[in-house]
Ligand binder design. Sequence first.
Ligand code: 8YV
Length: 312
Amino acid sequence: MTKPHVLQMGAYPEWDQAPLDAAYVMHRYDAAIDKAAFLANVGPEIRAIATNGGTGVPTSVIKACPKLELISIYGVGYDAVDLAECKARGIRVTNTPDVLTEDCADLAVGMLLVLARGMVKAEDWARSGEWVKAAFPLQRRVTGMKVGILGLGRIGLEIAKRLEGFSADIAYSARSIKDVPYAFVPDPVALAARSEALIVSTLANAETRHIVNAQVLAALGPTGLLINISRAANIDEDALLDALEARRLAGAALDVFEGEPRINPRFLALPNVVLQPHHASGTVETRKAMGQMMRDNLTAHFAGRPLLSPVN
Ligand code: 8YV
């Protein structure tokens, strides 16, 4: 039986690449110099696309693959895949939920701690010799903090569970009230107003674009802390930079950025930010589980079996 042709949008670790190469004819989109010519050549043979949450698949690439049956995402976010185009053509889409929930929640809480306690600046203070001259300035306590969680899905719920261990006063916004022991505050401005720290963990779509805007940032206020492990699109990044530069916000810890992996240089000049390279799921254990699920969805599809984690 001939191997199915699969378009690969970016690099995978060897522990995923080897079994992919064994099972399919893989075509590397990211490595193509002339992408239009590459797609004209291989697009007609492509039956599936393997991508990740941050990269997704440009709609033009979907359109260049007339035989496309499945898009298998290595990641939980599917906002970078045109679901309307896929629905119109009967193309299935899968992602890798659950296996990365704990890592994302761990990093969100870690980023809150690093930001609130000034640990990046404290590291520099210790290394630079500043400590010889003076004690490091006092920082912010996390235990007992009033924390707002914007989006109480799988990851948001795990963040809340971890914050219970810090005796945090937790409130959340979501599309509907949930059976949880936290205050339901659906309006993002009201949630920010009652919070010392706001953690953004909502999915990204047209409704959530810039859900954290200048009004939310003003409500969070000059002692407020913002943590984002969702998508950059959920934040009005210009408004955030203005607030940080004007000290109308105490600090931000960000794992995602407009235009990543290139970061707006305005962030690099700020002392009151923690910057992470889109790494919330970035552990060996979790990435191995994500890769396995991404490949298992491909295997199930070509074997005619039910998909493990369908998005549509
Ligand atoms: C990426 C993510 O998939 O899960 C998601 O949606 O954004 C990340 O886990 C990861 O960076 C793999 O490339």
